[in-house]
Design a protein around this ligand. Sequence first.
Ligand code: E4P
Length: 218
Amino acid sequence: MKFFLDTADIGEIEKGLALGMVDGVTTNPTLIARQGKSYLPTVREIAQLVPGPVSGEVLSTELDPMLDEAHRLAELADNVVVKLPLTPPGLQAARTLTEEGIRTNVTLCFSPAQALLAAKAGATYISPFVGRLDDISEEGMALIEQIVTIYEQYSFETQVLVASVRHPMHVVDSALLGADVVTLPFKVLDKLYAHPLTDKGLAGFLADWKKTGRSFDD
Ligand code: E4P
């Protein structure tokens, strides 16, 4: 299972890379706006920093300008994946870009029917948003289960990239369901390490050795 970081914050990306747990990065217009920086240069900067796939999203909603932006994103670096909205033009663009050999990430997926369309369009990744479904009293993880089942049934190559992840159990449940990728805010990656028994156990080991009055070499 791959871990992507869901951020446009260079500091968070550097920390994640140093931990050795980051296989790629996803951005969106909101995340880049939060950094107060220019759009394309930010995607380029992230793509140069991260060895794995970096999703950069188009801003246009009509097919022709969408394709123009997609090409400009893809030209930034070989590891840029073009993120497209799950709309009719977005899926038309996904099909065209796939035929051109450009990888795509179809975003804002909230139903199995939408995921089926994205797979038929040849998307590299589908991004179902689990947290936003939970927010409206739906079961986000049930959508992941449905998509994984449908994709396995027809051997679609589109990878399930679980997005809008809010807590560690979204990650664990995604792994149990066989999702290909989860994209995590840095704070969720950080929480994956935490367990009170780890902290308690480590404190106990160190305190017991300290009582001996000896050092590491002694
Ligand atoms: C996916 O690629 C999106 O960037 C992201 O996961 C959205 O998450 P949010 O619902 O927390 O904004």
